[in-house]
Design a protein. Structure first.
Length: 318
């Protein structure tokens, strides 16, 4: 275990270094000049030059990269070109919003997806499978922005069940914060629920036909124990993989949902920084998402051994 973690940490470090290089080069390849965007289109060339000098944009790219890495090692993500605030403060203010939204979306998707997938596998060829497949098809086909607009029109404006927009920090009022997040989390988690449902169904169908499941049934074990203790547990390997990969995608891809529901999250910060060519914020955002993917993948690998003890984190099976 210790050796495996050390190897993964070294791999993660190499990944971060390569990601920082790609991010640094990619951001500076974007069209537009942040100094010009900050000064305004009609600004005096001398003022633009002064801003470029202040931001260090006149230095050679290798020098800029070394300064960038040095600041990262000291925990300094830079200062926003657009607002003048430290980037770390902007991330602290917006990242928790997206994290809570993504976690609630994953929770809804897992509960709905596993439940529907299990029902579809157990009652294969009957109406529960048809309903689950139809729901999964709709969830994968309907765009999230359209689903969000419909949710606002019918559930918020029409029935007044949920607020149409806004956000309350869970640290201030947990119940009210959850109330504001339920509808956007359900919209964000719909596609993931459909994927989890289909993967759970396929994995459960394959597991229910294995020899050890038939043996368990022949020994007279209760059907509920066979389903939960054998079939469902072994089917969770695929589900954990899907959820782990999708969680990182939800964190980085919640832009549309946050825009529709007016959430001051990480996605909004990313979009605003791209539009204004805010180099420090863009670099920090991409690096945070990269770290999130690395951590999530490591956690998924460790969870494998908890779900199925035969799987060892070093890649061997017992």
């Amino acid at each position: 275990m210790a050796r495996y973690l050390l190897v993964r940490l070294l791999q993660s470090l190499v990944t971060l270094v390569l990601a920082s290089m790609v991010v640094f080069a990619g951001v500076r390849a974007l069209p537009g000049d942040p100094a010009r965007a900050l000064a305004g289109e009609d600004a005096d060339p001398a003022a633009v030059a002064a801003i470029r000098a202040r931001l260090g944009l006149d230095d050679p790219l290798p020098v800029q990269y070394l300064k960038f890495v040095g600041n990262l090692l000291h925990g300094d993500l830079g200062t926003s070109v657009r607002t003048g605030q430290p980037v770390i403060d902007l991330i602290k203010a917006t990242l928790p919003v997206t994290l809570w939204l993504s976690l609630f979306a994953v929770l809804i998707a897992v509960v709905v997806g596993i439940g529907a997938g299990t029902a579809a596998a157990v009652w294969r060829g009957r109406w529960p499978e048809w309903v689950a497949n139809l729901a999964a098809l709709v969830g994968l086909s309907v765009p999230s922005f359209w689903l969000g607009i419909l949710a606002i029109l019918y559930l918020a404006v029409g029935l007044h069940w949920f607020p149409a927009s806004g956000y309350v920090p869970l640290t201030d009022d947990p119940l009210r914060g959850i109330y504001y997040l339920v509808m956007p989390a359900a919209v964000l988690g719909t596609a993931l629920a459909a994927v989890v449902m289909r993967q759970t169904r396929a994995s459960m169908i394959a597991t229910l036909t294995t020899d050890y499941v038939r043996t368990a049934r022949a020994k007279g074990l209760p059907r509920s124990k066979v389903l939960t203790g054998f079939a469902l547990r072994n089917s969770m390997i695929v589900v954990v993989t899907i959820v782990g990969l999708q969680l990182g995608g939800l964190i980085s891809g919640a832009v549309v949902t946050e825009r529709i529901f007016g959430l001051p999250g990480f996605g909004k910060l990313t979009l605003d920084s791209v539009f204004t060519r805010d180099y420090p914020v863009i670099e920090a955002v991409v690096l945070v998402v990269t770290v999130a993917y690395i951590v999530i993948n490591l956690v998924v690998d460790l969870v494998y051994s908890l779900i199925n003890p035969r799987i060892r984190v070093g890649g061997r099976t017992s």
